[in-house]
Design a protein around this ligand. Sequence first.
Ligand code: GDP
Ligand code: IMO
Ligand code: MG
Length: 430
Amino acid sequence: MSQRLVVIGSQWGDEGKGKMTDYFACRADMVVRYQGGNNAGHSVVFDGKKYSLQSIPSGIFNPRTVNVMANGMVVNPVSVIAELDRLHQQGVTDYQLFISNRAAMVMPWHSALDGAYENMKGESLIGTTKKGIGPAYSDKYSRVGLRMGDLLEPEYFAERLKAALDVKNRELKMLGLPEFDFKEVYDQYMEIAGKIGHMITDTSKLINDTLLTDAKVLFEGAQGMMLCIDHGTYPFVTSSTPSAASVPVGAGISPKWIDNVLGVAKAYCTRVGEGPFPTELFGDIAHEIRERGHEYGTVTGRPRRIGWFDAVVARYVARLSGIDNWALMLFDVLSGLDKVSICTGYECDGEILDTPPSTISRLAKCKPVLIELDGWKEDITGAKSFEELPEAAKAYVRKIEEVTGVPVGMISVGPDRTQTITVANELKNF
Ligand code: GDP
Ligand code: IMO
Ligand code: MG
């Protein structure tokens, strides 16, 4: 009987999903990315080297692991090839990678449109990664998209490309953007098909066949639940659903397979891009955490906004995704602070809220209700067990469990694979 583990971001992205996925991938048979695209930036650190992945699953470093980019993703094949080239240059040459024939394809006009829409929004821009993610998902749902499997049938690809360009070129023209030439795009994508066509397959079948064996299968989420198109801080969100609930659709499997969800959360919070952020910190503490945690975007290099751990968000996300355990990340970054705070509720218009409001207009008015705990001075980057942590750090972990109602199953005390403490027995056995 297979074992499954879903690794999802529980805040606003960049929680350390890449690190946790790689950690488990060392003993997993399959790693599946089920949503998002190359807007993600997942870092993996081991043997003194740092790797950054955008759309390729974080199991790519283990030659035994089958990596799958599933149908729920938006795949930019140009970016996949560039990522693979980069990995080759870094010595990663022995890997297994498959791409769903049903995955939506990010085309060059999508990034052009992403930039144009952002410009048109003026001050209310989202602050997207400009990778064309929103326009690619929009075209999927408007049914003018191309899919990865189309590349395998040149005549059909030509037909779909013509149909797409008929619509998209008109839109580009209206916006004063350069149009795309059918022949040029066709030739470029046929060349791409020659390079990665052998990886494109029915990944739903591949995953299901694996689930029926005694394999270990990981599902790697991208972004974070507060960036979810349905449940996040709309409109300051991405265009997919990072939830564990989107794994079945995004991977082409039955929901019955989902039974173990690891919510990856920083010991504090960060956010890149615009949008309300109730526990946001400014000044010295934000600066200290940003520098110590190297909180600059992997994809865009933007400084990340910093805030205290938000238990309102954590409880909400646990409810939406059925989180069994937290992986508490970047815990080492909090060492050295005199006091640390956790947000347990929001105060809004004289009311105390224990769950986020649906509109950002109300969320922007929310003030965090904070509890303050003692900090700790010790360097914890070498801690190998929960018992080794300073008492104040242990108290912080216990408080997070208490205010979120979810156990802390993993604690990360540094970026390296080895700087990981597993607390939960079910995770030790995965
Ligand atoms: P992801 O998008 O969720 O995979 O996260 P990112 O890779 O974008 O950002 C997480 C950053 O934190 C990366 O630079 C990681 O190398 C780093 N990181 C992960 N876990 C830890 C940790 O426990 N401590 C420290 N100091 N850094 C960590
Ligand atoms: P990982 O997987 C952090 C943010 C962008 C922007 C909003 C919409 O590394 O955690 P998009 O390009 O998706 O249309 O941008 O979402 N965003 C992320 N923030 N981590 C990510 O991915 C993100 N992917 C998108 O900054 O605010
Ligand atoms: Mg990231």
